[in-house]
Design a binder for this molecule. Structure first.
Ligand code: FMN
Length: 192
């Protein structure tokens, strides 16, 4: 069975709302199992992410979707601590050829969310993973998906505590896209 994990940090729930949409998009694809992995404050020890069980779960996946709020134009410290912990998989390129994608949310309409997604794509590349962006031209979707025009991943705007409906739907679309691509290619990639 194809397994897709959604790894995210969320403090006040907006990134979690996007994560739940990504998960619901993944769940629309038959024979794909989804695992929700939320980075918790108690996973941090002296500034480092330390949760072996969490990391081992991710080892056994075909794809990992990353999520973080945008903090000061980048990922949150808690997500970065998780990213730093993946360095233990880096030297052996243990996560090579897993698919990956990313989502984020900020309280500004253009609060440098794209920079957060760019970092996630860099992390994925460092791990030899394959990045899946959006195949939706911003402003050209009949139901308003990708209204913020970021094709590298799903970006949300959370002006007053609630993520815009169209951004939630975009996250769901991205989850389904990752699941479909992963399901179609995972076996061939494992053989490489
Ligand atoms: C320390 C900090 C830095 C932030 N920096 C940004 C930012 O650079 N751009 C932005 O649009 N929003 C920024 N925000 C707003 C958060 O991204 C926004 O509230 C988001 O919805 C939080 O996600 P969460 O509800 O999953 O915790 C910042 C919030 C905090 C607490």
């Amino acid at each position: 069975m194809t397994i897709v994990a959604v790894v995210y940090f969320s403090e006040s729930g907006a990134t979690q709302a996007l994560a739940r949409e990504v998960i619901s998009g993944i769940s629309t694809v038959e024979d794909v199992k989804v695992i929700e992995c939320q980075i918790q404050p108690w996973d941090m020890f002296e500034g480092r992410f330390d949760n072996d069980e969490f990391m081992c779960l991710l080892d056994n996946t075909d794809a990992i979707v990353f999520g973080s709020p945008t903090y000061m134009g980048g990922v949150s410290a808690q997500f970065k601590a998780f990213a730093d912990a993946t360095s233990e998989r880096w030297d052996s390129q243990q996560w090579r050829n897993k698919f990956s994608a990313g989502f984020t949310v900020g309280s500004c309409l253009n609060g440098d969310q794209a920079n957060t997604i760019q970092y996630m794509a860099t992390l994925a590349s460092q791990q030899g993973m394959l990045w899946v962006g959006l195949d939706i031209a911003g402003g050209y979707n009949s139901v308003g998906l990708n209204r913020l025009g970021c094709q590298l991943g799903a970006v949300g705007h959370n002006p007053e505590g609630e993520v815009h409906r169209s951004d939630l739907d975009t996250a769901k679309y991205l989850g389904r896209r990752v699941a479909m691509i992963t399901k179609a290619c995972a076996l061939q990639l494992q053989a490489l």
